[in-house]
Design a binder for this molecule. Structure first.
Ligand SMILES: Cc1cc2nc3c(=O)[nH]c(=O)nc-3n(C[C@H](O)[C@H](O)[C@H](O)COP(=O)(O)O)c2cc1C
Length: 324
C-alpha cells in the first residue's frame, strides 16, 4: 500500500483517481473504481438534470459503500447548464468529495466548503493552481499537455508542469495526463505529486460503460493517435484521431469558425461513438497514453497492478540502484 497526503485527505486505499469523463463517468465505472480502493468521480453534466444526478449517485451507492465523488465541469457555454442546481444536488446527496474543473470555480468552491465537501480543482497551469489554492480548495489535480480533454493553451508537458507546480503549492497535488501504469505513478510521486488521475486508461476497463469497439480502438491506437481540435479558438481539446478530428483540423487550418464545424463536433455525435461503437461518427476524448494501453482489465485488476508495479519499482528497481 502506498500512503500519501492525498490518500490521507480523501480516505482511500490507493493514490489513484478516475477523473470526470463526459458520457463515461457513470455509476458503473465509479463504483468499480471505488471498490478497487481508488477514487472515482461521477460526471455531473453527463446526467441530463440535477434530479437525474441524484438518481445516479443513489445508484452508485447500491454498488459500493466506499467513498466516491462527483465532477462538476464549468465550461464557457452560450446556454450554461444550471450549475447551482447541480451543485445543490451534489451537496444534498451527501457527497463529500468534489472535482471541479474549468473557469472561475470560486462560487462553487465556497458553497462546497461551507458544507464540508473536500474540493479537488483540476487545472492545466501553475498560475491557475495557485489561484485555486488561494480560493481555498483542498487539493489540486494538474493536467499536463499529454492529457485527454482540455490541456489548456500553454502546452506544458507533465514532466515540467508537475514539479513546477509542486515547487509552489502547499496543498496536496495529484498529477494528471498520460498516466496509465505503475511506472507513471512512481514518476508522478518522484516529481512531487501525491498520486495520479487517469481518464483514458479507465475508459478501457471492463466496467467502463462504453461500447466494446471503442475500448478496442484505444488498445489498437498508439501514442500518436490524437488530434488537437479548437486550437484556433483557444479552447484546445485533445481527442482520438479519426475521420472527423482530421476534417476539423483541416477546416481550422483553412480559417473555419466554430459555426462551420459546430455540427461535426456536436456532443450528441460524440455520445453516439460510445453508445454505438462507431469510432468515426463524432469526436471523442482520448489521450496520448493510448500508446501505453494494451488490454481491457477490470478496474480492480488495473488498480492493483499499478500499485504492485509501483511498489516493485520503488523497492527493487530504484532501491537497487543505490550503491552503498
Ligand atoms: C472521454 C473523456 C471525457 C472527459 N470529460 C471530462 C469532463 O467532462 N470534465 C473534466 O474535468 N475532465 C474530463 N476529462 C479529462 C479527465 O478527467 C482527465 O483529466 C484526463 O483524461 C487525464 O488525461 P489521460 O486521459 O491522459 O489520463 C475527460 C477525459 C476523457 C478521456
Amino acid at each position: 500500500m502506498l500512503k500519501t497526503r492525498f490518500t490521507e485527505l480523501v480516505g482511500v486505499d490507493h493514490p489513484i483517481v478516475q477523473g470526470g469523463m463526459q458520457w463515461v463517468g457513470r455509476a458503473d465505472l465509479v463504483a468499480a473504481v471505488a471498490n478497487a480502493g481508488a477514487l472515482g468521480f461521477i460526471t455531473a453534466l453527463t446526467q441530463p438534470t440535477p434530479e437525474a444526478l441524484e438518481g445516479e449517485i443513489a445508484r452508485c451507492r447500491t454498488m459500493t459503500d466506499k467513498p466516491f465523488g462527483v465532477n462538476l465541469t464549468i465550461l464557457p457555454a452560450i446556454k450554461p447548464p444550471p450549475y447551482a442546481e447541480y451543485r445543490q444536488a451534489i451537496i444534498e446527496s451527501g457527497i463529500k468529495i468534489v472535482e471541479t474543473a474549468g473557469n472561475k470555480p470560486q462560487e462553487h468552491v465556497d458553497e462546497f466548503r461551507k458544507h464540508g465537501v473536500i474540493v479537488i480543482h483540476k487545472c492545466t497551469s501553475v498560475r491557475h493552481a495557485l489561484s485555486a489554492e488561494r480560493m481555498g480548495v483542498d487539493a489540486i489535480s494538474i493536467d499536463g499537455f499529454e492529457c485527454a480533454g482540455h490541456p489548456g493553451e500553454d502546452d506544458t508537458p507533465g514532466l515540467i508542469l508537475i514539479p513546477a507546480a509542486a515547487d509552489k503549492l502547499k496543498i496536496p497535488m495529484i498529477a494528471s495526463g498520460g498516466f496509465g501504469d505503475g511506472r507513471g505513478l512512481v514518476a508522478a510521486l518522484a516529481l512531487g505529486a501525491e498520486g495520479i488521475n487517469m481518464g483514458t486508461r479507465f475508459m478501457a476497463t471492463k466496467e467502463s460503460p462504453i461500447h466494446e469497439t471503442v475500448k478496442q480502438q484505444i488498445v489498437a491506437n498508439d501514442e500518436r493517435a490524437t488530434d488537437l481540435i479548437f486550437r484556433t479558438m483557444r479552447n484546445t481539446s485533445r481527442v482520438a484521431k479519426n475521420e472527423i478530428s482530421q476534417k476539423v483540423v483541416a477546416m481550422e487550418r483553412e480559417g473555419a469558425t466554430f459555426e462551420d464545424i459546430r455540427e461535426l463536433v456536436a456532443g450528441a455525435r460524440g455520445r453516439l461513438v460510445y453508445e454505438q461503437g462507431d469510432v468515426d461518427i463524432g469526436v471523442w476524448s482520448a489521450g496520448m497514453v493510448q500508446g501505453l494501453i494494451n488490454d481491457i482489465p477490470s478496474c480492480a485488476e488495473l488498480v492493483h497492478r499499478i500499485v504492485a508495479d509501483a511498489e516493485a519499482i520503488i523497492a527493487s528497481r530504484l532501491g537497487g540502484m543505490i550503491r552503498a
